[in-house]
Design a protein around this ligand. Structure first.
Ligand code: FMN
Length: 353
């Protein structure tokens, strides 16, 4: 059991070297976060796309359910001035809207700001033990989090990004490999071409070798105790799992999405920018394929995300997963049953032992 009491456990005051990824998009319930933390891991709420009041409510619910440490995750971004929308993008949007029964787009460019500063203020006010963030260096958010006494986790997809995070005094780095489900943490979404993403094995090894004093959290394709052991062997101090928790009993993922996850093959995922403007891995569907066929040039995050929001919401209402964002990692084919979150943690530890 000693090998599992890593530097990560010490720094974050948790028993087990397992982090449940905060998964945005109405998936991560307070019950899920609390169950993971109660079981000895580090549960994480997703703060992206959530209104500040709703985030505060969720944080308070977690605190009611557990006294153990937990985190809140935000997807950081710079204010972007919405660009011109190309005719091709408008045509594509209207085709997708039509297919889910929506009227043509009204041409109003959504505000790019998604309550980021307000949500961060809530996290500080509520004295959340851990702040985790992705998409760029934590910058002013990181400094404020440290000043408020929170532990800080950043996410890197390359060695260079890991070095930048170390320079900002993060307490741990998530090394996210290309296998990972959901959004890629890359700092440069425009530059990451097809197939350029680094896999979890080389990334974790490189970062562990280069930053020997930094607790590393491996992420991407880790589904069970074997994956945890592999990550620790490479030099990681913990593993962060997203996909494994998508079909757990506390997950709020749409039933049609969960059904597809339970039957997916290892070849079913794709990386796409069509939903949000940033590369993210999910189950292939009609929306991804049509964007690829038409060589769609998505707008930057989070403008593209706002443009597709009504389509995704309509798809959820109509039970049409072909137009939902079905985020999932390459390990999805290992999902075969719905379990409780605590049971998942126990399974992983039993297998690793
Ligand atoms: N990472 C974040 O930092 N913030 C998020 O909001 C977020 N949302 C995600 C949503 C889903 C449905 C999934 C599957 C992943 C998400 N991730 C997010 C990525 C995870 O942090 C993590 O890197 C990934 O899940 C690890 O790979 P795995 O899915 O193979 O376990």
């Amino acid at each position: 059991d000693r090998m599992f009491a890593t530097r990560f456990c010490e720094v974050f005051s948790v028993k087990l070297p397992i982090v449940q990824a905060g998964m945005a998009g109405g998936i991560t319930s307070p019950e899920l976060v609390a169950a993971v933390s109660e079981a000895g891991g580090l549960g994480t709420l997703a703060g992206a796309y959530v209104k500040p009041d709703a985030l505060r409510q969720s944080i308070r619910e977690v605190k009611q359910l557990t006294k153990k440490p937990f985190g809140v995750n935000l997807l950081l971004f710079e204010e972007t001035v919405p660009s011109e929308v190309s005719g091709d993008l408008v045509d594509w949007l209207n085709k997708m809207r039509d297919e889910v029964g929506l009227s043509p787009w009204n041409g109003e460019l959504p505000q790019s700001k998604e309550d980021l500063d307000e949500c961060f203020a809530v996290i500080v006010e509520e004295q959340v033990p851990v702040f985790s963030c992705a998409f760029q260096s934590p910058g002013k958010y990181g400094r404020a989090a440290k000043q408020a006494g929170m532990k800080l986790i950043g996410m890197a997809t390359t060695l260079e990004e890991a070095r930048m995070l170390q320079a900002e005094n993060v307490d741990a780095i998530v090394a996210q490999g290309g296998e990972a489900g959901g959004h890629r943490g890359t700092f440069q979404p425009g530059n990451e071409g097809d197939g350029a993403c680094i896999g979890t094995m080389p990334l974790v090894s490189l970062v562990a070798d280069s930053l020997p004093d930094m607790p590393i959290i491996a992420a991407g394709g880790i589904m069970d105790g074997r994956g945890l052991l592999a990550a620790l062997s490479l030099g990681a101090d913990a593993a962060q799992l997203g996909t494994r928790f998508l079909v757990c009993r506390e997950s709020l993922a749409h039933p049609a999405y969960q059904e597809m996850l339970l039957h997916a093959k290892e070849t079913d995922t794709r990386v796409t920018r069509a939903f949000s403007g940033r590369p993210a891995r999910g189950l292939n569907n009609r929306l991804i394929e049509s964007a690829q066929m038409e060589k769609l040039q998505a707008l930057p995050y989070p403008v593209q995300n706002a443009l597709t929001r009504e389509i995704r919401a309509a798809a959820a209402r109509l039970n049409k997963p072909e137009y939902m964002s079905l985020w999932a990692g390459q390990g999805v084919a290992m999902l075969r049953q719905t379990q409780g979150a605590a049971e998942i943690i126990n399974d992983i530890m039993d297998q690793a032992n």
